[in-house]
Design a protein around this ligand. Structure first.
Ligand code: ZN
Length: 85
């Protein structure tokens, strides 16, 4: 099972396998379960399945609130990392 990491302040993503193959890569690597490896395209399927199951159990209202929270707090960091500086 792959774990995906993002290099701090960049848009580079690596799975644990690529990180081992290419590493050690200097910098701070933070786990990002919904990202995709920039090198081999690996994804963390388990994290995605857990996310899907989580949303499946929620009502539409809760889903909308969660979606809004997700977009407000997580998506900007993923899609617009430069704006945080
Ligand atoms: Zn990889």
């Amino acid at each position: 099972m792959a774990t995906i990491y993002r290099l701090d302040d960049s848009t580079l993503y690596l799975c644990d396998t690529c990180l081992n193959d290419l590493g050690p890569v200097p910098g701070t690597w933070k786990e990002d379960p919904l990202a995709e490896c920039s090198v081999c395209g690996e994804v963390d399927l388990q994290a995605r399945e857990e996310m899907d199951a989580y949303h499946h159990d929620m009502s539409n209202r809760q889903w909308e609130e969660d979606q809004r929270m997700w977009e407000d707090h997580i998506a900007p960091e993923i899609y617009n990392p430069q704006e945080l500086k």
